[in-house]
Design a protein around this ligand. Structure first.
Ligand SMILES: [Zn+2]
Length: 255
């Protein structure tokens, strides 16, 4: 039993094969998935997937690399309306991305506004953080994100940062990188995070785990992430599957 807490199954990379990919996930023991709608194009396609499959849920939010195309008030109101949808479990992915060239001042505004919205609606948030650890932690703290908490998606920071996030009511979600031979830091962080605060994800079609690294990722491969996590924690894959699924169900209120 496994839950993939972060998928992009609506990605064009799955066109023509989406049904098979979803079926393979079911065969691999994936009992639920949360697909992420993060801009004008992917929010409607995410909702459509969640309406089509009983075991696919949705998160909706505005991604930091797409802030320039956001109509702030209008799109916040859109996200707010969608949060009333029974399959929408969280607001995300939201956060900061300093890797790509997206205006940082605008990223901050959009991030803050969505944390405020999440607090108002009492929804957990899913955090995207790329090369912006200090500012992500600072904004989460300033906006009192602890009140709703959420998920640090595909966490890539240090144990120090992870600790601050845990203290702010965020669970840490691990993906493909923990399976990479040379990924010392994510393995170290995973070893330190308490079992009841760990989630698993693929972030498919991106970040495929070993031995598929560099190829298209899919939710069935969350079992490879689970295998790596089980080894690091010194427990069985069944145990890690059960624990992380319980964690995901509690955090996201999955029925
Ligand atoms: Zn994502």
């Amino acid at each position: 039993m496994l839950i993939d807490t972060h998928t992009h199954l609506d990605s064009r990379k799955f066109d023509g094969e989406r049904e098979e990919v979803i079926e393979r996930a079911r065969q691999a023991g994936v009992s639920a998935m949360m697909n992420i709608g993060f801009n004008r194009q992917t929010i409607p396609t995410t909702i459509a997937l969640a309406e089509k499959y009983p075991f696919i849920y949705a998160a909706v939010g505005w991604h930091p690399t797409d802030v320039e195309e956001m109509r702030l008030e209008e799109d916040l109101a859109w996200i707010e309306r969608l949060c009333a949808h029974p399959k929408v479990l969280a607001i995300g992915e939201i956060g900061l991305d300093y890797h790509w060239d997206s205006p940082r001042d605008l990223q901050h505004i959009v991030f803050r506004e969505q944390i405020r919205l999440a607090r108002r609606l009492k929804k957990p948030i899913v955090i995207h953080n790329r090369d912006a650890h200090a500012d992500v932690v600072r904004l989460l703290r300033e906006e009192k994100a602890e009140e709703v908490g959420g998920i640090m998606h595909c966490f890539s920071g240090s144990w120090e940062t992870a600790k601050m996030c845990l203290d702010m009511n965020f669970d840490i979600s691990f993906g493909g990188p923990v399976t990479f031979q040379n990924a010392r830091v994510p393995k170290e962080v995973l070893a330190n995070v308490p079992l009841d605060r760990i989630l698993l994800e693929t972030d498919c079609p991106y970040l495929a785990p070993h031995p598929h690294r560099g190829k298209r990722n899919e939710p069935a491969y969350v079992s490879l992430v689970a295998q790596a996590a089980a080894e690091i924690k010194g427990i069985t894959i069944e145990e890690i599957g059960k624990i992380t699924s319980d964690n995901a169900r509690a955090r996201l209120s999955i029925p």
